[in-house]
Design a binder for this molecule. Sequence first.
Ligand code: GTP
Length: 371
Amino acid sequence: MAAAAAPVCVLVLGMAGSGKTTFVQRLAAHLHGQRCPPYVINLDPAVHSLPFPANIDIRDTVKYKEVMKQYGLGPNGGIVTSLNLFATRFDQVMKFIEKRQNASKYVIIDTPGQIEVFTWSASGTIITEALASSFPSVVVYVMDTSRSTNPITFMSNMLYACSILYKTKLPFIVVMNKTDIIDHSFAVEWMQDFETFQDALNQETSYVSNLTRSMSLVLDEFYSSLKVVGVSAVLGTGLDDFFVQLSKAVDEYEREYRPEYERLRKTLEKAQNKQKRDQLEHLWKDMGTVCMQGNNPLAGSDDASAMGPSELILTRGTLDEEEEERESDTDDIDHEVTEESHEEPAFRNFMQETRMKYQRRSNQNESDPQK
Ligand SMILES: Nc1nc2c(ncn2[C@@H]2O[C@H](COP(=O)(O)OP(=O)(O)OP(=O)(O)O)[C@@H](O)[C@H]2O)c(=O)[nH]1
């Protein structure tokens, strides 16, 4: 059977009120309509009600209001701490996603309204890196187009997008949402044509416009490789274009990001193995004198001649995941059969030993009838 392709993780970020949740809802509905149900995860502990069914909801694990009370925190501190607590269990979320990879082609993740809670927190980094090191992952930055018609506001929004790109180091799509209110073509023009943006800026007289002018030069390179899509999450327009951009972003992940993550994973594995080997070497040195004196408990066995104790322990300690799963996965084992199969030889041995004991005793009695 061919291995299932890993699901694509879509991390939806954006300023509060930009329409992230509505976009996730629309995306999920679209995929359900295509008979390709996504796996949806809500990471916003403070959301009042979700307009879509979530497969994993942070609110089921962490009670945000309780966290606030218990730790004496305000709303933002409560969200950060809830997300931190959830991040400590994220390995379990990863296992759920892995189990669902045959059933879902996409994993969609909605993040807290306060964008900095995710993008500038340790838990956000842990979650993003955990996902990106195992699955093709793409960051989707949702922005409110209708509130970006001012060139300075637009520039601030783009600077934020740029900072997230550099922070997450993942393929990036800007979703210009709410195009039912205003078409996003003005923003695309500003990004493609420096002069047009300068003209718009000339209308501004504040000192900030000078800074913005310089900044726009810096952002030119960021714009040149940026994937931008105009969407109305409320109407559901622009989604086909979004999926075209998503597929390009996944290609980009495979081409540029996966090799980097593989390299990082290998470096980490190598460092961990070295640390393990060093510890075992240390242990081996401690045990060395005992074994030199001929007290090696493994002496004489075939296995012992093939490898020393450190290798034996190493082999045990570096079981690959599949083997480990096989060893630890006891759900499928028929316990009755297993216990019987253990009991049967044990009982046979016991009978044999008893018989031999009687035999020895009767032999002794025969040879020495006085006893
Ligand atoms: N006109 C219009 N309104 C939208 C669109 N998308 C979202 N909205 C509205 O924008 C408001 C905010 O939408 P949400 O989806 O809650 O935004 P959010 O980014 O998840 O907000 P937080 O929960 O604060 O993070 C709601 O009133 C939505 O109905 C859109 O495409 N067009």
